[in-house]
Structure formats: structure tokens, C-alpha cells
Design a protein around this ligand. Structure first.
Ligand SMILES: Cc1cc2nc3c(=O)[nH]c(=O)nc-3n(C[C@H](O)[C@H](O)[C@H](O)COP(=O)(O)OP(=O)(O)OC[C@H]3O[C@@H](n4cnc5c(N)ncnc54)[C@H](O)[C@@H]3O)c2cc1C
Length: 285
């Protein structure tokens, strides 16, 4: 079991990793590939103290190297589910499961807006995790909405276990099994009846189904942990970066403005220190 699992390998998560390792804690950072991080897209950063003029990609490389040099483990992948066990957390990445005593959410801001109908049907046909929920839909029609690079592979997996898959995405998918029908559509809606999913409406055309797997690059924090308290769309934290869920901390853009590297780095440090203190207090008492 890790002392801390950090979701997000941007400035906040990597800063948290450096601080935690510095306090002798064993850390796993799970993140989407660094190339997709928003900072990697910044041509030049002028306002980071002492290091003006670097590109975002360069900063990401240096931040990542620092965390790895401190001994943090880095797992590339998307966290699809988080389970709160009371005194630890189980996180899934594909079919792998990781356990940590404390959880630091540093996943940045989720840029995808929800589809009409999605919110009310989560758990009633809407799923974000093919590995977790796929078996529920064996021999039944499902739609995979592919908004992440690995979505075609998840769709292939669903087809392999016997789901009747239709793939919907705004662009032609790469790596999708040729036997899976694919629909190109941009305007989507999730339709339901009696509290369950009945169809995906893609550019006005109905695709009947019983399950919808919505696979985005990022997962909104309150989709991972539904009881997480938000304020104006951001995770609500106190000055120790504690959320309303004991053992869960948040840092960086996900906690609110200003959406800046310095603030993310500072909050990552505070979250890791607070989590480390909580672990030490539990060990001593
Ligand atoms: C074009 C551009 C230019 C910018 N210029 C500046 C600037 O000049 N100065 C400045 O201070 N700031 C700038 N910023 C803002 C800065 O990049 C952010 O404030 C900073 O990256 C926030 O860090 P973070 O660690 O909170 O989140 P992020 O950097 O967003 O990192 C979060 C990471 O977590 C990953 N993630 C989310 N959910 C999951 C999940 N479920 N599983 C696995 N991984 C997940 C995300 O994919 C992402 O890689 C700029 C941003 C952009 C886009």
C-alpha cells in the first residue's frame, strides 16, 4: 500500500510528490501522459519565479524528473474509479488496482462539459469505466463515446467480452476493431426512460442502447468521488488542502483560481505536508 496516491502529474501533483517523498513517504503519481498536460502546450512561461523563459514542455520535463529523482513512482494512465474504504482508497487504472492511505487530487480542471441527460443517468446506464462495468452489459447494446485516445481499445475490450458496441466520436477512431460500427457525430445527448438509459442521440439520430460508456481524457473529481464537495465548480478545501472527505486532499487548478503554476506548486506542497502529518499522527497514536 502506498502512503499517498496522487491523481494528476501536473505542477500540483509533482510538487506534492516531491514534498511527500522528502518526508519519507512512499508516493504513486497516476496521470495521463505528460504531453497532454495543459502546461506542455504553453509555448513560454514568463511568470514562474526565478525560471522565466522556459517552455511549458521543458518545465513539465524538469518537474517530472525532480519527482522521479526523489523516488516517486509514476504510472501513466487514467484513474477511472476511486473507492473510499474508510482508512484507505482503492483506485483503478484500466484493470490495475492501487491502494493508498491518503489521496491527493491534483487533476487540474475538467474541460469537457457534460452531455445533456448524462448527469441524472450516472449509475443507471451511464458509466465512465469499461473494465469496471462492462460485464453488466454482456450481450446487450452499448454505445462508447470516445473522447480519449485509448477509448477505441476500451471499446474493443467491451466487444471482446460480448457487448454489442457502437462507437461514437467526433473524429475517425484510431485502433478500433473493424467489426465495431462507428458513427461520426459531434452533438450528443443521453436519452433515458424510467430512470435508465435507452439511447444516445447523435446529431439527431437515435442509437438505442442500455449502457453508455463516456470515455474522456479527464474524469471530473466528483464523478470519481460523488460525495466530494464543490464550490463554484471547484473542489472545496481548507487551508490544509483538506476536502470534506477525510483522507482526501486537493491541490492546483482543481481548487480554483488563479489557475497558475505557482499556486499549483504551493498547494501541492501543503497537501502533501498535511497528508504526511496525518499519517505520522496515526502511526504515533
Ligand atoms: C496554453 C496555456 C498557457 C499557460 N501559461 C501559463 C503561464 O504562463 N503561467 C502560469 O502560471 N500558468 C500558465 N498556464 C496554467 C498552468 O498550466 C496551470 O495552472 C497548471 O498546469 C495547473 O497545474 P495542475 O497540476 O493543477 O493541473 P494540470 O497541469 O492540469 O495537471 C493535471 C493532470 O492530471 C491529469 N488528470 C486529470 N484527471 C485524471 C485522472 N482521472 N487520471 C489520470 N490523470 C488525470 C490531467 O490530464 C493533467 O495531466 C497555462 C495553461 C495553458 C493551457
Amino acid at each position: 500500500m502506498y502512503d499517498m496516491i496522487i491523481i494528476g502529474g501536473g505542477p500540483a501533483g509533482l510538487s506534492a510528490a516531491v514534498a511527500a517523498q522528502g518526508r519519507g513517504k512512499q508516493v504513486l503519481v497516476i496521470s495521463n501522459p505528460a504531453e497532454g498536460n495543459p502546461l506542455s502546450k504553453a509555448p513560454v512561461i514568463h511568470n514562474y519565479l526565478g525560471l522565466p523563459g522556459r517552455s511549458g514542455r521543458q518545465m513539465m520535463e524538469e518537474f517530472t524528473k525532480h519527482a522521479l529523482d526523489m523516488g516517486a513512482e509514476l504510472r501513466t494512465g487514467r484513474v477511472l474509479t476511486a473507492m473510499n474504504m474508510g482508512d484507505s482508497f482503492f483506485l483503478t487504472v484500466g484493470s490495475d488496482v492501487y491502494e493508498g492511505k491518503k489521496l491527493i487530487f491534483a487533476g487540474g480542471i475538467s474541460r469537457g462539459t457534460k452531455y445533456p441527460g448524462e448527469e441524472g443517468l450516472v449509475g443507471h446506464g451511464v458509466s465512465y469505466c469499461a473494465t469496471c462495468d462492462g460485464m453488466l452489459y454482456r450481450k446487450r447494446p452499448v454505445v462508447v463515446i470516445g473522447r480519449a485516445k485509448d477509448a477505441p481499445l476500451e471499446a474493443n475490450y467491451l466487444a471482446q467480452i460480448g457487448c454489442q458496441v457502437t462507437y461514437v466520436s467526433p473524429a475517425a477512431p484510431v485502433g478500433l476493431d473493424a467489426a465495431i460500427p462507428s458513427v461520426k457525430a459531434g452533438r450528443l445527448e443521453i436519452a433515458g426512460e424510467g430512470g435508465s438509459v435507452t439511447a444516445v442521440v447523435a446529431d439527431g439520430a437515435k442509437i438505442p442502447c442500455e449502457g453508455v460508456f463516456i470515455l474522456r481524457e479527464t474524469v471530473a473529481p466528483n464523478d470519481l468521488l460523488p460525495e466530494l464537495e464543490l464550490e463554484d465548480g471547484y473542489i472545496k478545501v481548507n487551508r490544509s488542502m483538506e476536502t470534506n472527505i477525510p483522507g482526501v486532499y486537493a491541490a492546483g487548478d482543481c481548487t480554483g483560481k488563479p489557475l497558475q503554476i505557482s499556486k499549483a506548486v504551493g498547494e501541492g506542497l501543503i497537501a502533501a505536508q498535511a497528508a504526511a502529518e496525518a499519517i505520522e499522527a496515526a502511526n504515533n497514536g
